[in-house]
Write a protein of this length. Structure first.
Length: 138
């Protein structure tokens, strides 16, 4: 029997989502639930789980799409597919652009952008810890 423990995830996308980004890796990145083409096309696949706005107990609907894209891009950084030192600023700007498109005022979006710039680095750094641990019994 194999299983996994989930912690920290609040939302799961129920259909594929495609977003054009300004992040263009030298090669196509393909992971189980996230793909980013060298042309900057981000595919977030059905079943992807994310925690919304990390510091909010419940993410307002107006921030959900932006938090989804931002979390996927940060996960690509943690997995080593993107360079957080170079690509994080683009991911943060994409978050700002999307939440403005979804109805957040430019002033509030700028505040959110600045907050992410201040504290986001710890969530973007590549880690050697696996994101999902698979257990087996017996």
């Amino acid at each position: 029997m194999k299983y996994r423990k989930l912690s920290g995830y609040k939302y799961q996308i129920m259909e594929d989502m495609v977003v054009q980004t300004d992040i263009t890796p030298s090669i196509d990145l393909r992971f189980e639930f996230i793909e980013l083409s060298s042309a900057g096309k981000l595919l977030i696949k059905k079943g992807y789980a994310w925690d919304g706005v990390t510091s909010f107990p419940r993410t307002p609907k107006i921030l959900l799409r932006g938090s989804l894209v931002h979390d996927a891009l940060y996960q690509l950084m943690r997995l080593g597919g993107l360079d957080y030192k170079k690509d994080r600023i683009f991911a943060d700007k994409i978050l700002q652009r999307i939440i403005i498109e979804d109805g957040v005022s430019e002033e509030k979006a700028k505040c959110i952008y600045e907050a992410v710039r201040l504290v986001g680095e710890i969530y973007a750094k590549q880690t050697t810890e696996p994101e999902v641990v698979i257990y087996e019994f017996p």
